[in-house]
Write a protein that binds this ligand. Structure first.
Ligand SMILES: [Zn+2]
Length: 123
């Protein structure tokens, strides 16, 4: 399950970004992650791995929201541009299997949501 390694790397990236932005760890509420359909990353495994990676860390309460991005591929035989499904990686026009993924092949952190610090009002 390489999702565990991906989550580990993601947490390192987040730590780095927070340090640069001088954001306190406790202020982070949610991570929004974009996963391309053709990235080979399984969202369900990412969610499970994320929980494992943040367990007993200052990030234990940080939620992970996953947004899927559609993946498209070009057929190298007939140049058709289409959206293959996970189970049917084949050109719908000519039936060719020599395909070049052109989008939805990546995974990236879309945003790190930081909560507003609640300020107690004294009157
Ligand atoms: Zn084709």
């Amino acid at each position: 399950m390489h999702e565990l390694g991906l989550c580990d790397a993601m947490l390192k990236t987040i730590r780095h970004v927070l340090a640069e932005e001088k954001v306190e760890t406790g202020e982070v509420r949610r991570i929004v992650l974009e996963i391309g359909e053709l990235s080979g990353v399984v969202p369900r495994f990412m969610e499970e791995s994320w929980k494992a990676v943040i367990d007993r860390t200052p990030y234990a309460d940080v939620a992970l929201e996953i947004q899927m991005l559609p993946g498209y591929a070009d057929c190298l035989d007939c140049s058709a541009h289409f959206r293959p499904t996970e189970n049917d990686f084949q050109c719908p026009v000519c039936g060719g299997t020599k395909l070049k993924p052109v989008s939805g092949t990546d995974m990236m952190i879309q945003s790190i949501e930081v909560g507003e610090t609640e300020v107690e009002k004294t009157e």
